[in-house]
Design a protein around this ligand. Sequence first.
Ligand SMILES: Nc1nc2c(ncn2[C@@H]2O[C@H](COP(=O)(O)OP(=O)(O)OP(=O)(O)O)[C@@H](O)[C@H]2O)c(=O)[nH]1
Ligand SMILES: [Mg+2]
Length: 485
Amino acid sequence: MSRFVDRVVIHVAAGDGGNGVASVHREKFKPLGGPDGGNGGKGGDVVLIVDSQVHTLLDFHFRPHAAAGNGKGGAGGNRDGANGADLELRVPDGTVVLTPDGEVVADLVGEGTRLIAAQGGRGGLGNAALASKARKAPGFALLGEPGEKHDLVLELKSVADVGLLGFPSAGKSSLISVLSAAKPKIADYPFTTLVPNLGVITAGETVFTMADVPGLIPGASEGKGLGLDFLRHIERCAVLVHVVDCATYEANRDPLSDIDALEAELAKYTPSLADDLAERPRVVVLNKIDIPEARDLADMVKPDIEARGLPVFEVSTASREGLRELTFALGRIVEEYRASRPKQEATRIVLRPTAVDDSGFTVVEDPQTPGGFIVRGERPERWIRQTDFSNDEAVGYLADRLARLGVEDVLVKMGAVPGAQVTIGDLVFDWEPSTPAGIAAVAMTGRGTDARLEPHNRVGAAERLAAKKARRLPGAYDEDLEEEE
Ligand SMILES: Nc1nc2c(ncn2[C@@H]2O[C@H](COP(=O)(O)OP(=O)(O)OP(=O)(O)O)[C@@H](O)[C@H]2O)c(=O)[nH]1
Ligand SMILES: [Mg+2]
């Protein structure tokens, strides 16, 4: 028998982008034929895909590490590196993806629904793509970006219309077994059901599903019995059914106090999907009326429960009395619930909250270092990752980009003095006015020009731009290709 696993932590690692390459075309009698370094390939993504053939998260329990392929580096002769292979992970319908802090990233419902769990790094541009009017023969290329790597929590929340609630041995599994083709284990000892079962039920035109979950006892919220965790399988239900045992011999128990006790536990459960369980309609099923004492008790408490506004059904899963009426009533409630909800598309992805604004940057005073500053922003931080710091020209190119973005101006306005410590992403450096890395010197000489190359590069700007656009990688950043003013 396979184990049922409904919560796992996985470590996903997308592939790194390949590095761009700096290369110069060589031919006999034309020793410097222009830059021809190709771009690095994109790193592979880690993708989650809903597959109705998969029913548990068991595989991830045994193999929690998932890594996609890295992009290959570019090569001379304008050869681009190959993209890394994506890694596709198959998950059950109703898998909810959360951050380790419990924030919902996506709710994966419907066959084929996909989520990019970790995005592959973009490949770095080669020096051919980086060439511009002002920089005809770049002696550097951009590094590939690292792929996203993080931990994610996967939780399976079954997609059922009706959820059964009840004390152990109330007859929940018996009910689903007589209403559907599901054949769960049934026995007269508590906690027979350890993992949820799903059954498909037909009531006239309506087909709906029912989830049988483990029994609940008072104190479940403190971990008594099987606790409350399995309640995640009834979070999506249109209606909750209290299955009440009217034939229990246990002292201090009767149908009304059973319902109250379980409602008190339910109130302590916090669903991670948006809806509140308190608002969900409820139905009460008084079970085991084939036993005369149980029928008497059921007849006695029925008016009191109805007085609370709850529909009540007296049934016996043994004699099958009252089941037809119950089935049709549940079918009607499910239909009403479906009609009241926006139509659910097959693909429903809650996108990861993305960085607020990727065009700008902020500068704050460094709380650790008096007189120091921290620059934050999607672009400057990415540029740092793309830079090969062993190459002066690449560092100069970075300085140009930062200056054009206005980082330098803001530092000056905020009172940065020469030698101030400035942090951007992983990079910490001593800032010099207008030359965080030799920017002024470079701006005057024009970095990347090489007089020897002039004859080979007399091509119209428009043609050059068109040629570069044709070489643009899918996913390359426009600004990496921008002409410098
Ligand atoms: N006489 C009678 N016994 C019933 C009826 N329904 C269930 N039972 C018995 O009650 C016992 C418990 O039934 P289950 O269906 O396993 O109960 P459960 O609510 O699923 O219990 P857990 O899985 O432990 O939470 C079994 O011995 C059943 O045969 C009924 O209508 N009449
Ligand atoms: Mg059971």
